[in-house]
Write a protein that binds this ligand. Structure first.
Ligand SMILES: *[C@@H]1O[C@H](CO)[C@@H](O)[C@H](O)[C@H]1NC(C)=O
Ligand SMILES: *[C@@H]1O[C@H](CO)[C@@H](O)[C@H](O)[C@H]1NC(C)=O
Ligand SMILES: *[C@@H]1O[C@H](CO)[C@@H](O)[C@H](O)[C@H]1NC(C)=O
Ligand SMILES: *[C@@H]1O[C@H](CO)[C@@H](O)[C@H](O)[C@H]1NC(C)=O
Length: 475
């Protein structure tokens, strides 16, 4: 168990260490040469609380005067604006990702099946449905929610594909046909909301896959170029209908409804114009449907927070957060950073996070990991190699940093040095997330199984690992 005890112990420690917002550096960056051990003293309030409370009066709730750090799960309700989001993503459950569950793809025997879209398209639908049903039933079970709570976390983020939202012809003017996607996850999703509640976990639900794909990545359900979502108003409006449906049917069970995951804002201003309107429309439909109780979350869409400055302000936008994702492995530039540079880069980000939040809406790091390479098998897509080994992209862009040997697979094969690096990188990013409203780690588990027939897989074969290095931890 490499990761989760780390989560808990550092959650407890770091909350006491957060320096004033004016600090230019992360505490752990300054002290990265020695391990930081501080006594627990719950009477010390987190300095960031008063700042956040004052920065956006109607978006905040008065602090009670002390921080809410407890070594036992709290039975008091989570208060946004006061308490820190400490969560984990339930990735690869309702939106398949080849790198998270490779065997589901390998067992098709068809290399052209690279995402959930082709999974439904290129094989017998009854066979595909049977595999998916089994996956929905077994990938995350109630005991996972118990373990997540026991690890000291207070949130889960549940990625959902639009194809799992059972719109009827009363809910939309557009076709309710989602093929080639295979519908059917809805009851399992409803079950997940109930499990979260019974284990005192708050829920962020995000639309991770939109019609036409919002980013072209396999994690949107469809690996495709160019992503079509913003190019077709029927896709956009149908997604608004999906959000309305979620608000209407489960809005009271969702703490935060994130209306879109990682839209491809890098495609330019035409795309972001559509996106801005979509954010306004979905905010309005959520408020019109469930009032002010449900939180709303937007994604920065890879544009950085500054891009969204003055777009969404309180008091107009109630209980609203911006989601920003923190990875440093998806380009050669990022991979070329030393550990100290990775840490410095993350610390630098915290300044922009704090600055944005102080004059806009709440900010949460909704995805991040302590991966230091992109070596995890198929992280860049089924059949695609790692940048780390110079096996990604056009030949002219390829750079060989090192072999992936020792950076992926079973964490027991990792050097002590690598584990130390990953631990520090983990800790510093928690600190960065807690400068604002908190963080949600990507992801709870992945499966490394591929030499085992699917039927033999049991819970003990599941592994938790980080997004990039392929840390695999026995549960
Ligand atoms: C909140 O901030 C404003 C200026 O931004 C300041 O005038 C006010 O005194 C602050 N209130 C508290 C309670 O700190
Ligand atoms: C937009 O999407 C709809 C539904 O898939 C489709 O019927 C229509 O042809 C698309 N329009 C364009 C311009 O691509
Ligand atoms: C939601 O908050 C806004 C702004 O404070 C307020 O005008 C509106 O009445 C509230 N709506 C409900 C349903 O409480
Ligand atoms: C962090 O910010 C400082 C000051 O702007 C800059 O000099 C430095 O290069 C940044 N570090 C990284 C890794 O980007």
């Amino acid at each position: 168990m490499f990761l989760l005890p780390t989560v808990l112990s550092f959650v407890l420690r770091l909350s006491l260490l957060v320096p004033p917002a004016t600090s230019q550096h992360c505490k752990l960056n300054r002290e990265s040469k020695r391990s930081v051990q501080q006594p627990l003293d719950p009477s010390i309030p987190s300095p960031s609380i008063s700042r956040i409370t004052n920065s956006s009066s109607t978006n905040s709730i008065s602090p009670t005067g002390t921080s809410s750090i407890k070594s036992q799960p709290s039975s008091t309700p989570f208060v946004y604006g006061r308490d820190k989001v400490r969560g984990v993503n339930l990735g690869g459950w309702f939106v398949l990702e080849p790198w998270i569950t490779p065997s589901i793809f390998e067992n098709t025997g068809n290399d052209a099946i690279v995402d959930e879209y082709t999974f439904g398209q290129m094989q017998n639908r009854q066979d595909a449905l049977r595999v998916l049903e089994n996956h929905w039933q077994t990938w995350i079970v109630e005991d996972d929610f118990r373990q997540i709570r026991a690890a000291g976390l207070n949130h889960v983020r549940i990625p959902l594909g639009y194809w799992s939202i059972p719109l009827t012809s009363k809910d939309t003017q557009f076709s309710t046909d989602v093929s080639p996607y295979i519908a059917g996850a809805w009851p399992y999703f409803r079950q997940a909301l109930d499990w979260a509640k019974s284990h005192s976990l708050n829920v962020i639900v995000d639309i991770h896959g939109a019609p036409g794909s919002q980013n072209g990545y396999d994690n949107s359900g469809q690996r495709t170029q160019p992503p079509m979502w913003a190019s077709n108003q029927s896709y956009v409006q149908k997604t608004v209908d999906c959000v309305t449906f979620l608000a209407k049917t489960v809005g009271d069970k969702i703490d935060i409804l994130e209306v879109m995951n990682e839209p491809a804002g890098f495609l330019g201003d035409d795309f972001t114009r559509v996106l801005r309107q979509y954010y306004t429309d979905t905010y309005n439909t959520i408020r019109a449907t469930v009032g002010n109780g449900t939180g709303v979350m937007f994604s920065d869409g890879f544009r950085g927070l500054d891009y969204w400055g003055n777009s969404f302000n309180v008091p107009q936008y109630q209980r609203t957060s911006m989601d920003i994702h923190m990875y440093q492995i998806f380009s050669n530039l990022e991979l070329s950073r030393s550990l100290d540079q990775h840490i410095e880069y993350a610390c630098n980000l915290s300044q922009s996070f704090v600055g944005f939040e102080s004059s806009n809406i709440w900010t949460v790091v909704g995805e991040w990991s302590n991966a230091l390479t992109d070596c995890a098998k198929w992280l860049n897509g089924r059949g695609v190699g790692a940048r780390w080994e110079g096996k990604w992209g056009a030949t002219s862009d390829q750079h060989f940093f090192a072999s992936c040997q020792g950076y992926t697979g079973d964490s027991s094969t990792f050097s002590k040095d690598l584990k130390d690096q990953m631990r520090k990188y983990f800790e510093v990013q928690i600190e960065v997330g807690e400068r604002v409203q908190g963080w949600v780690f990507w992801t709870w588990k992945v499966r490394r199984c591929c030499d085992i027939p699917l039927g033999l897989l049991s819970e003990t074969h599941y592994r938790l690992r980080t997004r990039m290095t392929g840390v695999i931890v026995k549960e």
